[in-house]
Every structure is written in structure tokens, then in C-alpha cells.
Design a protein around this ligand. Structure first.
Ligand SMILES: [Zn+2]
Length: 200
């Protein structure tokens, strides 16, 4: 794909389960955002250089809004069906992102802030599952709450959280991308930097 390329060092690994794209959701707008944190988080997200920087922001915004935290997560990239954004196999430390889909978004939008917002929304959703929030409706609600409180109601992430991340794909004809061959699953190295003291 052409377009901006997020730079991620990777190597090969194994496979697991999956999660469909969450449907559109309607959530009440009844909370305020702190303008200074919205600016700070917003510029950090716009400028994030890769998965680990977006991930730091996912963890920071969740800790700041919900007071919840989990370290030692691992990120894998795989070419999945285009109706899947990402998944978290319950009982593991793993999140798997759909590499093919992210590359399509990169190629179609050529916008780092939009790609980063898309990745943030997908990672945030799976992180909330990993924190023990299982029901989809609860997770969708929390994704919106965290996004709105951290970035503001009109931010790209809040709009994506409200309409569903798939809304970003509305104008992209996905059919033309379905024929590419599947590559091996990869692990993103140094994804969760808080895990660096652990020996695997
Ligand atoms: Zn989910």
C-alpha cells in the first residue's frame, strides 16, 4: 500500500480467535471534557509514531478517566477478514489488530491523525475487554466515555467511538482489497514498554 507507513518492528508468531466490528451505537452526551487534557492528548495522538505510542495514550487515558490499568499486554498484527478490526482472546495478554485493514485505512486516508485515531479506538476497545469489561454494550459505552473525556466530544476518536470505527470505511470500497494473499502473523516488538523488566 502507498500512503503513510507507521513504522513497527515485527517478527513471526502464532494464531488465536476473533471479534466482529462493533455496530453503531448511540450514547448520551452528558459529560464534560477538560480542555487542557483534550489538547494534550489530542496532539499526542495526532503525532504518535507507531503502535506503542498510541498504546501509551490508550493506557494513560483509561487510567485517567476510569482509574483502571493493566500492564504486560502484547500486540500482534494479522491479516484478518475486513469485517474484523481487532480481537482480544479472553484469558490471554494478547491483542490482535487487523494489519490488512489498517493498511487500507492508511492508503485511503493518507492521514496520520486519522490512522492513529482508528488504531486508538480499536486498541482501546480491546484493552477494556482485557480489563474485564466483557459485554459489548458496556465496552462501546466506555470507549465513548474515555474518548470524550480525554479528547473532547468533537474529536475524531469521539466521533469514531460514537458512530463505530467502521464509519471511517464508509467511503472506501473494500471489495477491491479482498484478493491479497495472507501474510504471517507478527508480534509488535516493544509494544508495552512497561513490560520491559519482564523476561519471557
Ligand atoms: Zn468487543
Amino acid at each position: 500500500m502507498c500512503g503513510i507507513r507507521l513504522k513497527y518492528a515485527v517478527s513471526h508468531v502464532l494464531f488465536v480467535a476473533h471479534e466482529m466490528f462493533y455496530a453503531q451505537t448511540n450514547i448520551e452526551d452528558n459529560e464534560k471534557v477538560n480542555p487542557s487534557s483534550a489538547r494534550t492528548y489530542g496532539s499526542r495522538l495526532d503525532e504518535a509514531q507507531g503502535f506503542s505510542e498510541v498504546w501509551e495514550l490508550v493506557k494513560d487515558t483509561v487510567r485517567n478517566t476510569l482509574g483502571e490499568r493493566r500492564v504486560g499486554m502484547m500486540l500482534f498484527l494479522d491479516d484478518l477478514s475486513l469485517n474484523v478490526g481487532a480481537y482480544h482472546p479472553l484469558g490471554t495478554n494478547n491483542i490482535v489488530l487487523n494489519r490488512a485493514l489498517i493498511e487500507i485505512v492508511e492508503g485511503a486516508t493518507k492521514s496520520r491523525p486519522i490512522v492513529n485515531a482508528f488504531v486508538y479506538t480499536l486498541l482501546l476497545h480491546e484493552y477494556l475487554h482485557a480489563l474485564g469489561h466483557i459485554p459489548e454494550s458496556e465496552v462501546r459505552s466506555l470507549v465513548y466515555q474515555v474518548s470524550k473525556e480525554s479528547f473532547g466530544e468533537n474529536s475524531i476518536v469521539s466521533v469514531m467511538a460514537k458512530k463505530g470505527p467502521r464509519s471511517i470505511l464508509e467511503n472506501i470500497p473494500l471489495g477491491q482489497f479482498s484478493a491479497s494473499s495472507k501474510r504471517a502473523m507478527e508480534i509488535v516488538r516493544d509494544f508495552d514498554k512497561t513490560n520491559h523488566t519482564y523476561i519471557s
